[in-house]
Design a protein around this ligand. Structure first.
Ligand code: UT7
Length: 326
């Protein structure tokens, strides 16, 4: 029996509306009496702009548009898809899942569709699940999507968090293949750190219980992120029987350019091997890695045969990585 792998055969992305620059955001926050500046944001995070969804624009809409782009790149129709996995922490509704709403929008009924919730590690979790299902024969062609409207869960009076995030979606088509494909995936979580990054609210009895906005201990997240992005990169490359020198492109979760630079330094990788989009998109949580992947595929940096190491880290605390040959 020939080995069965999953392979990325198309990528796509979607960003809502025009970018909002740091200066424009600072003006909007000043109207609320909140002080920030382009120089603080750029110096501490590398972020220069973000996209913010208009009222009524949802994760499923952004995810469906990214999926259409990925299908077009793969030369496939929505009806060729038998699995949709959406990674999101900002689903349209409590239920049905955002994946079911994407499936409806695409007009591809019948296959499996579900969401995974691993915050900024969501895309790595979703890829790992879809890869496993394809390798076992439970699915043949999957859409794996990261889609977020994080602007909805930001406290716009908290300058320590509201300048950091943006909205958007990225998608890949993952298809069964005789050749590798996804070479290795590794996932982790440590729930003891749930309190350093969370949105600890919910709907109950018709009203919101808890606190429905994102809260974060930025420095604790920063330190843990740099440590686990290093360890999970090494672990995943080793699991694939490769060396770090075999990695053509590193795509860590796009949270902060300082985290990306520190990760590359620890791994001994050249900074120009790291795909950076946090300057343009800010932190789009589960959407950040597939968005960055799509940018680097479309601008011609990532080419067939390249080994791409994608890494997530975020609330949970969760972390994980996917090493894929394109
Ligand atoms: O998806 C994963 C989620 N998040 C992350 O990965 C984020 C990880 N953490 C970080 O990226 C950084 O910790 C931050 C960017 C969040 C913060 O950078 P920092 O260098 O750790 O700054 P800080 O929190 O220590 O704040 C320094 C100062 C404070 O003022 P004082 O106390 O020194 O007077 C803050 O009040 O900067 C102030 N500050 C701001 N000033 C202007 C915080 N936010 C802002 C702001 N504009 N937006």
């Amino acid at each position: 029996m020939t080995a069965r792998f999953s392979k990325i055969v198309g990528t796509g992305s979607c960003l809502p509306g025009a970018p909002v620059s740091n200066d424009e955001l600072a003006r909007r926050l000043a109207e609320r009496g909140i002080e920030t500046s382009d120089s603080w944001i750029v110096e501490r995070t590398g972020i220069r702009q973000r996209h913010l969804a208009e009222t009524g624009v949802t994760s499923s809409q952004l995810g469906a548009e990214a999926a259409r782009e990925a299908l077009k790149a793969a030369g496939l129709e929505a009806t060729d898809i038998d699995l949709i996995v959406v990674a999101t922490s900002t689903p349209d509704w409590v239920f049905p899942s955002t994946a079911c709403l994407v499936q409806k929008a695409l007009g591809a009924p019948g296959g499996a569709a579900f969401d995974v919730q691993a915050v900024c590690t969501g895309f790595a979790y979703a890829m790992s699940v879809a890869d496993s299902m394809i390798r076992t024969g439970a699915a043949h062609r999957a859409l794996v999507i990261g889609a977020e409207v994080f602007s909805r869960i930001l406290d716009w009076n908290d300058r320590g968090t509201c300048v950091l995030f943006g909205d958007g979606a990225g998608a890949v088509v993952l298809a069964a293949s005789d050749e590798p494909g996804v070479l290795a995936t590794r996932l982790h979580a440590d729930g003891r750190y749930e309190n350093i990054l969370r949105t600890a609210g919910h709907v109950s009895g018709g009203s919101i219980t808890g606190y429905p906005f994102l809260t974060m201990d930025g420095q604790a997240v920063f330190k843990l992120a740099v440590s686990v992005l290093d360890s999970v990169a090494r672990e995943t490359v080793e699991a694939a029987g490769l060396q770090l020198a075999d990695v053509d492109w590193l795509i860590p979760h796009q949270a902060n350019v300082r985290i990306l630079q520190a990760t590359a330094r620890k791994l001994g990788m050249e900074q120009d091997k790291v795909v950076v989009t946090v300057d343009r998109h800010a932190n789009t949580s589960a959407a950040s890695v597939p968005l960055a992947l799509d940018v680097a595929v479309r601008d011609g940096r990532i080419r067939p045969g390249h080994n791409v190491l994608m890494e997530g880290v975020g609330g949970g605390f969760t972390w994980g990585a996917v090493l894929a040959r394109m």
